[in-house]
Design a binder for this molecule. Sequence first.
Ligand SMILES: [Zn+2]
Length: 132
Amino acid sequence: MRRSRTPLYLKGYREFESHPHRSVISLGFINMANNWSIPNWLEKDVRSRDKRCVYCSVKFKDNFRDKASWEHINNKAKDIEKWNIVLCCRSCNSSKGAKKLLDWFKSSYCLEKNINKRTIAKIVREYIKLTQ
Ligand SMILES: [Zn+2]
């Protein structure tokens, strides 16, 4: 049998790139759901809950910085729970990295963008309450 030259994931990407509803598909394309083994029901719940970045509340767009990305608030990929899985923009995700939430709030990124305990989404405020 002849092997296809284009790896499957690239085929998916091409479809994504040319899709008329790119912004909708882009959430699907993050497909880290599979990498993070987030079950479908949870993925659905989180996507309908987090329409904006849970940290800086930017509305998700299809550009590099504002695209939605999966975030584990406590940075532990094994904790696949509703309180730990959120969507945030790529800027926040990369700025936060492996930092603890409260430490990250002290960073210049958060200070500049006014990201703190009072400005974050409810789900993250609840997380802070739960873990303190
Ligand atoms: Zn953000």
